[in-house]
Design a protein around this ligand. Structure first.
Ligand code: ADP
Length: 480
């Protein structure tokens, strides 16, 4: 089966979030299922600079008013088709905005053109490539199934994956005339969205199936609290909505070989983690005592619920715990943590900024990881925590509730728990969860068997790929 994966980011070529990881990891993970994935990406400056050898596949003389080319190339084990269109994509800054973080004002044109070109390519109308099925990611690629829907009488099967429904690609109705859509597309069953146009909405309406990155998030987005305006549509399409949990790169995240650790270890040598713990404490200026060492590695944002954690800090320290935080983002949240480090020297430490090596060391040294998210489509840090024996303490939401088994009564008796969940998201419930963790931590046998269970659980891409492969195969069967 030939699948065209349409993604505005793909690791390691270009990445701002988890979508890049999924788009980058799935092609190799799908190979064993006889699925050959070609990834369709924008020719951002960063992408073009990394292409060594590329073959021209097709020329558009007028792609939304500008010339463009499709280039075929292979890089980092990925088969790529790159939309080379310098006017739209050769810019300073990131994929979606300038260096100050301001969105490009023509994002609607950039990603409509991108999706249009992908739809032409998938149908075999732009060069000699033709797909059996398309898999598109998030709002930037969501118009691809919409273009196919209006261009073909029997459109190719298509899957759209939602990585975070908070980002929807909503634009003014005035752009509709330039989207090269038939007039009948501007209605509630098409692309119209609250009086404007909605790219994600159009894709959700047009795709054969909808996936998101965990089963719980797939349910949650049917409610107004999580669906962000799209809950009605998700409910209407509930029979076609699937939740498939993301995997992680188990080579990069491997405590047996991780070069960022002071001391590597495996499930049978957990005591070696102590040296990493000391290294973390030294780095953050934290006391070396027996208190439970908690860590946070996160964007400092409302979504991540770190304002709730900030309100719980005094209570957590009163329990005898220590906390180290690595993160960047919201200034107010950062200031709340900085103030707490001053109130509790030696008990709370913070490093601001993005530091990949330090994030590995923290997972390899801290006793537990706190993830108090308000919503979490899948979440990666708790999967790293499982793999590193850094017990996750997580809010019961989205992918967090699907990937961490709470140490409740039944799980404890059956010996299956891998962490702690809490709900509702309040400082009190969070402190209560930490108290439960401390009680367990004091029983070294129970704690270390929970660590080993997490470390041995399957968090690889293989399982997720099977979910996607089954879905792709069933959609193709439906067609024949
Ligand atoms: P999201 O994509 O919503 O930010 P995830 O948990 O899915 O949350 O993924 C976050 C990724 O970014 C993880 O790999 C995490 O380790 C990493 N990360 C977040 N903040 C930092 C930071 N300050 N330094 C290093 N890595 C970070």
């Amino acid at each position: 089966m030939k699948v065209l994966s349409v993604a505005s980011e793909v690791f390691p070529l270009i990445k701002t979030g988890g979508l890049a990881d999924v788009a980058g990891a799935l092609p190799a993970a799908l190979e064993p299922f006889d699925i050959s994935v070609t990834t369709f990406v924008p020719g951002y400056r960063q992408v073009m600079q990394q292409l060594k050898k590329a073959t021209e596949l097709y020329r558009f003389s007028d792609l939304f008013g500008v010339p463009a080319r499709l280039l075929s190339a292979s890089r980092h084990g990925l088969d790529l088709i790159v939309l080379d269109c310098p006017i739209l994509f050769d810019r300073d800054g990131g994929p979606y905005g300038d260096d100050t973080g301001q969105d490009w004002p023509d994002n609607w044109r950039r990603f409509a053109a991108f999706s249009f070109a992908a739809a032409e390519c998938a149908q075999g109308r732009a060069g000699d490539y033709r797909a059996d099925l398309i898999h598109v990611h998030d709002w930037q690629a969501a118009m691809t199934p919409a273009y196919l829907r209006y261009a073909m009488t029997d459109p190719l099967p298509s899957v759209i994956t939602i990585h975070n429904i908070a980002f929807q690609g909503q634009f003014a109705a005035s752009v509709f005339g330039e989207l090269r859509m038939p007039p009948n597309a501007m209605n509630m069953d098409g692309i119209e969205y609250y009086g404007g146009v909605g790219f994600l909405k159009a894709g959700l309406q047009a795709a054969s199936a909808i996936t998101t990155v965990s089963p719980t998030y797939a349910q949650e987005i049917r409610q107004p609290e999580f669906g962000m305006g799209l809950e009605g549509l998700i409910n209407a399409r509930a029979a076609d909505v699937y939740g498939i949990v993301n995997g992680i790169d188990t080579e990069v995240w491997n405590p047996r070989t991780d070069p960022h650790l002071r001391c590597t270890y495996k499930p049978s040598s957990l005591k070696r983690r102590r040296e990493n713990r000391v290294a973390v404490e030294e780095r953050f200026g934290i006391d070396h005592d027996d208190g439970l060492l908690l860590c946070v590695v996160s964007r400092l944002s409302w979504q991540k619920g770190l304002d709730i954690l900030a309100d719980a800090l005094d209570g957590i320290v009163a329990l005898g715990c220590k906390l180290v935080v690595l993160g960047s983002g919201d200034n107010q949240i950062e200031q709340a943590f900085v103030a707490a480090t001053e109130r509790h020297p030696g008990r709370i430490g913070i490093v601001t900024g993005y530091d990949e090596p330090l994030s590995h060391l923290m997972q390899g040294g801290a006793d537990a990881l706190l993830v108090p998210s308000r919503f979490e489509p899948c979440g990666l840090t708790q999967l790293y925590g499982l793999r590193y024996g850094c017990i996750p303490i997580v809010a019961r939401t989205g992918g967090l509730s699907d990937t961490v088994i709470d140490h409740n009564h039944a799980a404890a008796i059956s010996g299956v728990a891998t962490g702690f969940q809490f709900s509702p998201l309040t400082p009190e419930a969070l402190i209560h969860a930490v108290r439960r963790a401390i009680t367990t931590f004091r029983d070294d046998k129970v704690w270390s068997s929970m660590q080993r269970r997490g470390m041995r659980s399957d968090v690889s891409w293989a399982r997720s790929a099977e979910g996607y492969a089954r879905l792709f195969q069933s959609l193709l069967q439906d067609r024949t």
